[in-house]
Design a protein around this ligand. Structure first.
Ligand code: NAD
Length: 499
């Protein structure tokens, strides 16, 4: 069995803990590699390397650091096909989706090329007699990030590109389910000119994560994944005195008003609900049609569209709509929640439970499911399913619909489909959710805006990418300096009189 490695001090390094996790090909269900799970000592070795090389990297001028990012963008484009194939083979998503995963990370790298401008400080000349005051943003030192399986290229790049361009060293602990692309990204960063040890990949599970939390040299932790783990890492990371930002799970609602273009809304729901097998934190998992007539018409339009979806392995070509889910356990969890929906009285109007694909019987494929007449007290409404399952909750009116979204514990993304500007504006103003779409089902902000939810979808203050990333990965230092020899006596102004 092929053993993957860690990437420490510019080298692929075999695991020494004796612990491994299986990396599946979700389309066939076969184990294709094992990935080492780092011990506390292996993590400490990476920290030692990072701490040794980081001060020199922080002293490189920002324009030169940005040039590494420029070159890295070229290399990502050069290797796009290779990266996408490696990603699909471990994650299961289609090739166009995998390229999107790389592309959305690449756009954050492009944004980071603006680091010299972003890192420029502030200066106040003559803040007092002979006194100048200036602020500068300095790197934190050794930083770390823990990432989920569902965007194995994009989310690591969201973290390491700004961290590194700000002058930090970065230790990435990617998901143990699809670790190959993060290892490839670390190699490409070095090919782009990054000194060894500035970006390292330590594969692992809870032991490596706890080692990151507890290591006194690590200054900050970025996390993206499920809410219980986000809450755990945020709490423990803060109590160890680190700067921490954790992004958690989601249950994204889309309101469909009676005046909406229902064909457009149905197309949007199918893409946003079932794309990437529903394994996106910005997937729409709840449709909220307003009024019985809207609901009936919407369901009528959704059913044939959902039944037409092509589910298959990434090797079957670009017209596949979505692939398998990531593991057999994920498949069982999804089907368990579908069963709970039936047990609790929801109507399953598209039933994907018996889906099977000839030649791929052991793959982790889940057919598309559509529930109607879901109630807010059902588990399929309360919990994140993270699979190709869309739940329809029929709302009597707009107030009921917006209040459902407001009252849900998650607050990552949401959308409203309407032709009425007043309603759209009211929704955008009142909703307590971080990313809002108006006739846009997956409102993922571009690299130069920031990404982040509210409520239980986030723990911490600053968002990902955009200007917040430069704040998260730097500390502000403000210097007040006085050179009294420069003060002229008997000048035009009487400073005392102005106090
Ligand atoms: P996960 O929480 O299972 O794993 C995320 C990371 O945490 C992985 O690196 C994993 O190794 C580590 N981890 C797992 N269990 C741990 C434990 N007990 N202690 C310490 N570390 C642990 O999440 P996942 O299944 O990989 O990803 C899917 C989840 O991520 C979904 O909930 C999804 O909504 C969320 N997500 C959120 C965003 C966002 O921006 N809010 C983006 C993408 C994914």
């Amino acid at each position: 069995m092929t053993e993957l490695t860690h990437y420490i001090d510019g080298k692929h390094v075999k695991g020494t803990s004796g612990r491994f996790a299986n990396v599946f090909n979700p389309a066939t269900g076969e184990v294709q590699y094992v990935v080492p799970l780092a011990s506390t000592a292996e993590l400490a070795k990476a920290v030692e390397v990072a701490a040794r090389v980081q001060p020199e990297w922080a002293a490189v001028n920002p324009q030169r650091r940005a040039r590494v990012m420029m070159k890295f963008v070229d290399l990502l484009n050069r290797d796009m096909d290779k990266l996408a194939e490696a990603l699909s083979r471990e994650h299961g998503k289609t090739i166009p989706d995998a390229k999107g995963d790389v592309q959305r990370g690449l756009e954050v790298v492009e944004y980071c090329i603006g680091a010299p401008q972003m890192l420029k400080g502030e200066f106040t000349d003559s803040a007092g007699p002979g006194i100048d005051m200036y602020s500068m943003r300095q790197a934190l030192g050794v930083t770390a990030g823990i990432t989920p399986f569902n965007f194995p290229a994009m989310i690591p790049m969201w973290m390491f590109a700004p961290a590194i361009v700000c002058g930090n060293a970065f230790i990435l602990k990617p998901s143990e389910r699809d670790p190959s692309v993060p290892l490839m990204l670390a190699e490409l960063m070095e090919e782009a000119g990054l000194p060894k040890g500035i970006l390292q990949v330590v594969n692992g599970d809870k032991e490596a994560v706890d080692a990151i939390i507890e290591h006194p040299v690590i200054q900050s932790i970025g996390f993206v994944g499920s809410t219980p783990i986000a809450e755990y890492i945020y709490g423990r990371g803060c109590s160890h005195g680190k700067r921490v930002q954790c992004f958690g799970g989601a249950k994204n609602h889309m309101i469909i008003m009676p005046d909406a273009d229902l064909d457009q809304a149905a197309d949007a729901l199918v893409g946003a609900g079932y794309g990437a097998a529903g394994e996106r934190c910005m997937a729409i998992s709840v449709a909220l049609p307003v009024g019985e007539e809207t609901a009936d018409r919407l369901i009528e339009k959704l059913i044939p569209r959902i039944e037409k979806l092509k589910v298959g392995p990434f090797t079957a070509g670009d017209d596949i709509d979505y692939g398998p889910v990531v593991t057999g356990t994920a498949k069982q969890n999804i089907l368990g929640l579908v069963q709970s929906g039936l047990d609790q009285g929801a109507e399953l109007v598209v039933d994907g439970r018996d889906f099977s694909l000839q030649g791929y019987e052991n793959g982790f494929f889940v057919g598309p499911h559509l529930f109607d007449r879901v109630k807010p007290d059902m588990d399929i409404y309360k919990k994140e399913i993270f699979g190709p399952v869309l739940s329809t909750v029929r709302a009597a009116n707009y107030e009921e619909a917006i209040n459902l979204a407001i009252d849900h514990e998650y607050g990552n993304g949401t959308a409203i489909f309407t032709r009425d500007g007043d309603t759209a504006r009211d929704f955008a103003n009142r909703i307590n959710i971080g990313m809002v779409g108006i006739n846009v089902p997956i409102p993922v902000p571009l690299a130069y805006h920031t990404f982040g939810g509210w409520k239980k979808s986030v723990f911490g203050d600053l968002n990902q990418h955009g200007p917040d990333a430069f704040k998260f990965y730097t500390r502000t230092k403000t210097i007040t300096s006085r050179w009294p020899s420069g003060i002229k006596e008997g000048g035009v102004f009487n400073f005392k009189a102005m106090d």
